[in-house]
Design a binder for this molecule. Structure first.
Ligand code: NAP
Length: 280
């Protein structure tokens, strides 16, 4: 009997910028599966109807992107502990009985992208510094703590947001730091990560001096357009190992693809090139 046609997609508003359809459809073709992953332009006021509609339309599930990740939390039957801690879901799975569960693979995807480049790196190696306290930072904090981080310095332009996020996640581990102290608090860190949008194409470069950063610190940027931000280039030039944000996008997608399509897909140089070619 022919295999069922498997449908999945990504809900966002706007959605045209999402590279997830290219990524998942690349894997569908590579593994000769019968299915399609589609972009779903869903306005925030229609999110509940759209998620309930997954069942009726026979979707196996979907990803969620801006601005739906938080709102979707209350629109599924169950959420994982990680999603609860993050307070957001980026992936919904529809079970054969129609029940839906949500999880959040963003933080773990980012962590795996670090390990790909530095396999022996551990969050317990030393203090960690995170620049930015927005939606993406939340997932990273939860993953770092789940994997043994003892001290995280959360540095944000709006100090109150760092304070609130630290309190929400774990104030015994996450310490809010004022933006003007950013260069002073990185002298002993094992990791420095940019989760602000500074350095993204069309935005100014991230403004930080790396003079005090230890050479053995790992440096990551969630941005991958451009593939190397001025921040990562400066870190690499002084000898730090650097990781851009493409691996995060690819690694968060793998467990979702497996849950919907039944195959754990591989990340290959060809796939990376296919994604980056869409930005040229
Ligand atoms: P967000 O919730 O809007 O947070 C933006 C952060 O940037 C806030 O902390 C904000 O500080 C800070 N910021 C904005 N302008 C700034 C400036 N001029 N100087 C210093 N800080 C500034 O965004 P998000 O969803 O967390 O996304 C953040 C970045 O991560 C984006 O570049 C996004 O593309 C990237 N990202 C990548 C992936 C991936 O798969 N690689 C996934 C998710 C996100 P305030 O609090 O002071 O406003």
């Amino acid at each position: 009997m022919a295999q069922d046609f498997i449908l999945a997609g990504v809900m966002g508003w706007p959605i045209a910028q999402s590279r997830s359809p290219i990524l998942h459809n690349y894997w569908i073709e590579k593994y000769k599966l019968n299915g399609r992953y589609v972009p779903l332009a869903v306005k925030p006021e229609n999110l509940g109807d759209a998620i309930r509609g997954l069942r009726a339309l026979g979707f196996r599930g979907c990803n969620l992107t801006m601005p739906h990740k938080q709102m979707a939390m209350t629109m599924v039957d169950r959420v994982t502990d990680t999603a609860k801690r993050v307070g957001a879901v980026n992936c919904i799975v529809v079970e054969p009985d129609g029940k839906m569960w949500g999880t959040n693979n963003d933080g773990n995807g980012w962590y795996l992208s670090l390990l790909e480049v530095a396999p022996s790196w551990k969050p317990s190696n030393g203090p960690v510094a995170i620049l930015g306290a927005g939606g993406a930072a939340r997932g990273l904090l939860v993953t770092l703590i789940e994997n043994g981080a003892k001290e995280i310095r959360l540095i944000n332009r709006t100090f109150e947001k760092a304070e609130k996020l630290a309190k929400d996640i774990d104030p015994s581990i996450v310490k809010p730091i004022a933006w003007d102290k950013r260069a002073d608090v990185i002298g002993d860190v094992a990791l420095l990560t940019n989760t602000t949008d500074q350095g993204f194409i069309g935005k100014p470069a991230l403004d930080i001096s790396l003079d005090r950063l230890p050479k053995q610190a790992l440096v990551s940027d969630l941005i991958y357009t451009p593939p190397e931000t001025a921040f990562l280039a400066a870190a690499r030039a002084r000898g730090n190992v650097t990781v851009n944000g493409l691996g995060m996008l690819l690694h968060q997608a793998r467990p979702a693809f497996e849950a919907w399509f039944g195959v754990m897909p591989e990340i290959t140089p060809d796939l990376r090139a296919a994604i980056m070619a869409t930005f040229k």
